[in-house]
Design a protein around this ligand. Structure first.
Ligand code: NAD
Length: 328
């Protein structure tokens, strides 16, 4: 039986990845500061602990796992990453996790390790034009990410590549672009645009409010990738002979206003959009999928609407329960 370790298994992508690996017949150990919030984990072993602690990391990487997935990070949406208030924690915590996990994997002779980088590492100067952002992998340098979160991702990419060059460790690096889906953070400050807007639309619908608020002018463009396709790309990359870094994202670019309109259509409501000041990030970003297509012969293709329908339905259910419990 193949064995896998998932770091960050209590989080959004990690908890879905554990389910997928279990469905494929793997023995899986999950590690996180917390259990998954929304459904029980099927992991064979789930260890609660802090990956910033190198002794703890050595204790969970206690064998030659066939596959290690390093997804743990101090992260969130624009409300967490782009205000600047969490910069020190983001850099310190995530860098320590990567330093510890990678080194323990190497010393334990593990064969293969996956690292989840982010589109946030691309230079801000290539993402000023909402119609034409550049995110081909080779455009990463000269580096100029617009957040410390992006700088940490860039540092860690280089760290993984250095272990590959110097120690022959098989590393696989993906640059995720805005992953969304059910059982992700939808409230509290760390949620991202699809979840935040789904919540706002659902609250307005269920409480009979006439409008929702959108940060900024809503003209900034983004693309969003549904969780199932993210996992498909991740596993294909992990089991290929391509190191990366490679984008895993959607090429279906929409403005935030269009995203809000699509969600209202799905919810069956017409609401006014009020634009309010808030952290927004770069003007435009979408995935460039030429390299993943070339190296893996595959790229995500599901329409945004399909994933949004599933995600909105799940979030409306959460909002309904929260309202019934007097929490919203
Ligand atoms: P998430 O916040 O839901 O999951 C990260 C998990 O890491 C959390 O459960 C958290 O508790 C855990 N963690 C944080 N610090 C830890 C520590 N010291 N010890 C143990 N566990 C710790 O985020 P996610 O959306 O599932 O993202 C997973 C990875 O993918 C992250 O590295 C993130 O930067 C990257 N990524 C995600 C997206 C996205 O759109 N979701 C986009 C780009 C990159």
């Amino acid at each position: 039986m193949k064995t896998a370790l998932v770091c960050g298994a209590g989080g959004f992508i990690g908890s879905h990845l554990v389910k997928r690996l279990k469905a494929e017949g793997y023995w899986v150990r999950g590690v996180d500061l917390k259990y998954p919030e929304f459904s029980p984990t099927p992991a064979d072993d789930f260890v609660i602990g802090d990956l910033r602690d190198p002794y703890f990391v050595r204790s969970v990487i206690d064998r030659r796992f066939d596959e290690i997935y390093q997804l743990a990070a101090d992260m969130g949406g624009a409300g967490y990453v782009f205000t600047g208030e969490h910069d020190a924690d983001i850099m310190h915590n995530s860098a320590l996790i990567n330093l510890n996990v990678l080194d323990a994997a190497y010393k334990r002779n593990c064969k293969r390790i996956f690292y989840s980088s982010s589109a946030c590492m691309y230079p801000a100067y290539n993402q000023m034009d909402p119609e034409n952002p550049k995110t081909a992998e080779h455009t990463a340098y000269p580096a100029d990410p617009d957040s410390e979160y992006g700088w940490e991702k860039l540092f860690s990419e280089r760290l993984y590549l250095a272990y590959h060059r110097n120690y022959g460790l098989e590393v696989r690096i993906a640059r995720y672009h805005n992953i969304f889906g059910p059982e992700g953070t939808w409230i509290g400050g760390r949620e991202k645009a699809p979840a935040a807007l789904s919540r706002k639309v659902a609250v307005a619908k269920l409480k009979g409010l006439p409008y929702i608020e959108v940060w900024g002018d809503g003209q900034q463009t983004r693309s969003f990738l549904y969780i199932d396709e993210c996992l498909e790309g991740t596993l294909r990359l992990m089991r290929s002979d391509f190191t990366g870094p490679v984008n895993i994202g959607s090429e279906e670019m929409v403005t935030i206003n269009q995203l809000a309109a699509l969600l209202m259509e799905i919810a069956g409501v017409q609401l006014e959009i009020r634009h309010v000041p808030g952290p927004v990030g770069v003007r435009g970003r979408t995935s460039d999928n030429a390299l993943i297509q070339e190296k893996l012969g595959w790229k995500p293709s599901e329409p945004l609407r399909r994933g949004l329908e599933r995600t909105y339905a799940w979030i409306e259910e959460q909002v309904r329960k929260a309202i019934a419990a007097g929490k919203l």
